[in-house]
Design a protein around this ligand. Structure first.
Ligand code: SN0
Length: 315
């Protein structure tokens, strides 16, 4: 595997999930693969789980790890071709990415969307520049439109904890005070549409995701209807796709509570984290027995390790 940027880069998602669960049983069995190999993790935005779980995954495989918080510790990066760099940017992404490719065998990149220009974000301009200029395999650590390592960990978690062959999985929109990317819900939707689950998306009117990601899902504006008999509930806020990056007024009643869980099949509640308590998700759920958010975050290691193992095998 030379690129992991979406579900479309994976030939068999069930096999990849099985690999991840196998690695969870036996984390250190492939240390020879990473010997004398280095991964560089480049962050243009904050991270806790992605950073630590991907480092851990690489260390489990015997790799060396370099982390660069390029937004804070690197030279201010110019992204536009043809720019006259007489302002605040110091180094062009063409040189920066190419040079990093000289030092490492695999690069991981986190590049959030600006949420201003939809075309720029949905063309993945920043992420694709890294891919084009670094000349080594690239793994997405969340790009403008997707978070595939998160989605793989989510599918690993559902596969591990399901109690029936084809569980009902519901992605439900949650309130927030800041416009957040569509990357996590886009990505979760496109993985679930390929997985062996019965998949429903619930959101208030106006929060329709791009149909490029939701093809095959049942979509409703009625949260109660969606939650009925759910086995897994995936809670996430996102800003509108149209008008792009905007928050629409008054949907506070979409926060999940214990009362709303009554109509589910004792659903397990998931969230990619970080979660804002009592805004996106109530204390009672996060502190209660239905929440699996920490378990889910733990599985980030095995998802990342399954992907890095595939990349090392193709070096
Ligand atoms: C990011 C997002 O894509 O929604 C990362 C999730 C893994 N989340 C945030 O930016 C949260 C920011 C906040 O202020 O709550």
């Amino acid at each position: 595997m030379k690129l992991f940027s979406s579900v479309h880069d994976v030939t068999d998602i069930n096999a990849l999930v099985a690999d991840a669960l196998q690695l969870k049983q036996n984390p250190y069995a492939h240390q020879h693969l990473g010997k004398n190999r280095t991964i560089g993790l480049v962050f243009l935005n904050p991270s806790l789980r992605t950073r630590m779980s991907t480092q851990k995954a690489a260390l489990n495989l015997g790799m060396n790890v370099m982390v660069l918080n390029i937004d804070k510790e690197g030279w201010a990066l110019e992204l536009k071709d043809g720019a006259v760099m007489n302002g605040t940017t110091v180094e062009h992404i063409r040189e920066a990415a190419a040079v990093m490719g000289q030092y490492v065998d695999i690069i991981g990149v986190r590049s959030f969307p600006g949420l201003k220009n939809r075309e720029e974000d949905y063309n993945e301009e920043i992420f694709n520049k890294f891919v084009n200029y670094c000349a080594v395999p690239v793994v997405s650590l969340e790009s403008a439109t997707r978070h595939p390592l998160q989605s793989l960990a989510d599918l690993v978690t559902i596969t591990e904890l399901k109690t029936k062959p084809r569980p009902k999985v519901v992605l439900t929109w949650a309130p927030h005070i800041k416009p957040l990317p569509q990357a996590v819900p886009n990505s979760f939707a496109e993985w679930m549409c390929k997985a062996d689950v019965d998949f429903t998306i619930a959101h208030p009117k106006g929060y329709e995701l791009s149909t490029d990601f939701t093809n095959g899902a049942t979509i409703t504006h009625n949260q109660d209807e969606a939650l009925k008999d759910a086995d897994f509930i995936y809670v996430k806020n996102w800003s509108a796709y149209e008008p792009y990056g905007k928050i629409l007024p008054s949907n506070e009643d979409w926060m999940l509570t214990n009362e709303k869980l009554q109509i589910t099949n004792a659903a397990k509640v998931m969230h990619c984290l970080p979660v804002r308590r009592n805004l996106e998700l109530s204390d009672e759920i996060l502190n209660g027995r239905n929440s699996i958010v920490v378990h889910e975050a733990g599985n980030r290691v095995w998802a990342a390790q399954a992907v890095l193992k595939k990349m090392l095998e193709s070096l």
